[in-house]
Design a protein around this ligand. Structure first.
Ligand code: GLU
Length: 292
């Protein structure tokens, strides 16, 4: 099958170094495989979005030499597809309405234990949760090795549609990756523990499971993941070379002497192999610091 990869930023702020690493990793991998690289804007969480961030991210990717091979997909325009998947799960009685409050969930360490079943607060709309079965979902990550999670024990019944009516990331990502015929998901290892939920949803919906390759995440000096929510400093699209070199180096690939983003990416593509990625061969994952 022809390789199809993707980068799926959330427009909750400008592109920062951590997301640049995920963008470069997915782009270089797709090109090294002679495949297509797509971009999907994950704009289904309005409270966390910043106006203008989506176009800003796309402009930054362009300045770093990365342009999607197909039109950018916006999750905010894909409710019909999510609704179809949701209806299918509901018709199969795999989901249930949940009125649990934040306090209920905190009392059970964030895992749904059915507190709302005793006294549903029907004065407000429910969230919809997928029943988590008592099964171990396992997969082989191309970089992180074998992963396994028991959905009921480790995650619990999880939200696929939020109280406000928005579809949750776990459902949207599965529908979108399948509709775009993504063959391999390359993203940060902060999403490693979402993957079993996504594989389970793929199985319920009769969708193909892509291959997975989770890259090490960039941590700040205090050992926390850089995230837009914490106002990690955006990369400067007027000066892409230094940050691009640093991202390629962080991934463990060869940083050439190129003086354009395209030339730097070309060298990284030529030098690409999963075995030389940072985090391969059991190296400790996710402890690098970044000065940006
Ligand atoms: N939108 C997610 C993020 O920005 C990435 C989702 C994914 O790659 O599956 O962290």
């Amino acid at each position: 099958m022809h390789y199809r990869g993707r980068f799926a930023p959330s427009p909750s702020g400008a592109l920062h170094f951590g997301s640049l690493v995920a963008a470069v990793g997915s782009f270089v991998r797709a090109r090294a495989e002679g495949g297509a690289w797509l971009v999907r804007m994950e704009d289904i969480d309005p409270p966390r979005e910043i106006p203008g961030a989506a176009s800003d991210i796309l402009a930054t990717l362009g300045a770093f030499g990365m342009r999607a091979d197909e039109p950018v997909v916006y999750q905010s325009l894909r409710d019909t597809a999510y609704d179809r998947a949701f209806a299918r799960l509901r018709d199969a009685d795999l989901v249930f309405p949940c009125w649990c409050s934040r306090v209920d969930l905190e009392a059970s360490a964030g895992i749904h234990r059915g507190a709302c079943r005793a006294a549903p607060d029907t004065t407000r709309g429910p969230a919809w949760r997928l029943r988590a079965p008592d099964v171990d979902v396992s997969f082989i990550d191309l970089l992180q090795g074998t992963q396994a999670q028991n959905l009921r024990r480790d995650v619990g019944d999880f939200v696929i549609r939020r109280v406000e009516g928005w579809f949750a990331y776990q459902l949207a990502v599965v529908v979108d990756d399948a509709d775009a015929a993504i063959t391999e998901v390359v993203r940060g290892s902060d999403l490693l523990d979402s993957t079993p939920r996504q594989i389970h949803l793929q199985q319920l919906l009769g969708l193909q499971t892509p291959a997975y390759l989770h890259l090490p995440v960039v941590l700040d000096a205090d050992g926390r993941k850089l995230s837009k929510a914490d106002h990690a400093r955006p990369v400067d699209r007027c000066e892409p070379l230094a940050a691009l070199r640093m991202a390629i180096d962080f991934l463990g690939l060869e940083v050439g002497a190129g003086v354009t983003p395209a030339a730097l990416l070309e060298r990284a593509i030529d030098s690409f192999s999963v075995a030389r990625l940072r985090g391969a061969n059991g190296a400790h994952v996710g402890t690098a610091e970044c000065e940006t």
